[in-house]
Write a protein that binds this ligand. Structure first.
Ligand code: FES
Length: 226
C-alpha cells in the first residue's frame, strides 16, 4: 500500500497511522477497534455514530458522524456510543395537538440560554436552537418541520449548557404533528381498507415467491405516481 497516503490520527490519545481515504468509522476498525456500540446503518441515517474530535493544536471541539466523515491528519478522536439523555415517558393517547404539551413534558425548555451551541453541534446542520424556540412557543408544526432531518445522534444534548435534550423534544413535536396536525392522506386510508379486505393477499404471495432479479425488475419498472 502507498505509505504516502497514510495519515496519523489519535484515538483516545493513542496514535495510529491509517489510510487517508477512510471514514472515521473505518479508521477505528482499521486501528483494531470493534464497533459494537456506536455503529448502526453506516449510511448517515441512524445517528448511532456520534463522534467528537479536535485537530492537533486547535482547542475547538468538533462533532461529526463517524460513518460520514473522512479522517484528517492530526485528528484526535473519541466515540460517544450513547448518551444518557432525558426522555420523558408519556401516554400518547392522552396528548393532543396543543403545543403547551411540549413545555409541560419538557419544562427545561425554559432554560434555553440562546447560546446556539446546539445548532453548531448538529452534524445534520439543523437549526436546533430555532426548533427549540418553536417548541418553547408551542409551535408544534414549526418544531416538527425544522427538526425533520434529525437522526437523534444526541450531540446537541451533549453540548447544551441549559441541560436540554433538544432531539427528544423534537421527537415529541414530530409525533404530535404526525398524529394531530398533518393532513390526512386519502390514498393511505384507501389502501389500508384494501389491505384489511384482503385485496393484496394474492399479489403479495406472488411477489414473495419471485426470484430477486425479477422482483428488482418489476420494482424498477413500476408506475410512479407524479
Ligand atoms: S452509523 Fe448510522 S449514522 Fe453513522
Amino acid at each position: 500500500m502507498d505509505q504516502s497516503k497514510f495519515i496519523d490520527i489519535f484515538i483516545m490519545d493513542k496514535r495510529y497511522a491509517v489510510p487517508a481515504s477512510l471514514t472515521i468509522m473505518r479508521a477505528f476498525e482499521y486501528a483494531g477497534y470493534k464497533m459494537i456500540r456506536g455503529a448502526g446503518c453506516r449510511g448517515g441515517f441512524c445517528g448511532a455514530c456520534a463522534t467528537v474530535y479536535r485537530m492537533t493544536g486547535d482547542n475547538r471541539l468538533n462533532v461529526a458522524l463517524a460513518c460520514q466523515t473522512v479522517v484528517r491528519d492530526g485528528m484526535r478522536l473519541a466515540q460517544i456510543p450513547s448518551f444518557p439523555a432525558n426522555k420523558m415517558r408519556y401516554d400518547f393517547a392522552t396528548l393532543d395537538a396543543d403545543g403547551a404539551r411540549l413545555l409541560e413534558l419538557y419544562p427545561e425548555l425554559g432554560l434555553c440560554k440562546g447560546c446556539n451551541t446546539c445548532t453548531k453541534a448538529c452534524p445534520q446542520e439543523l437549526e436546533v436552537m430555532e426548533y427549540v424556540g418553536a417548541a418553547l412557543r408551542g409551535d408544534v408544526a414549526r418544531a416538527a418541520d425544522l427538526s425533520f432531518d434529525c437522526i437523534a445522534c444526541g450531540l446537541c444534548t451533549a453540548r447544551c449548557i441549559g441541560e436540554l435534550t433538544p432531539y427528544n423534544i423534537a421527537l415529541l413535536a414530530r409525533r404530535l404533528y404526525g398524529a394531530y396536525l398533518a393532513p390526512r392522506s386519502p390514498h393511505l386510508a384507501k389502501r389500508v381498507v384494501e389491505i384489511s379486505a384482503g385485496k393484496w393477499d394474492a399479489p403479495m404471495k406472488e411477489w414473495k415467491a419471485l426470484p430477486l432479479d425479477e422482483l428488482k425488475r418489476r420494482y424498477n419498472a413500476r408506475e410512479i405516481e407524479k
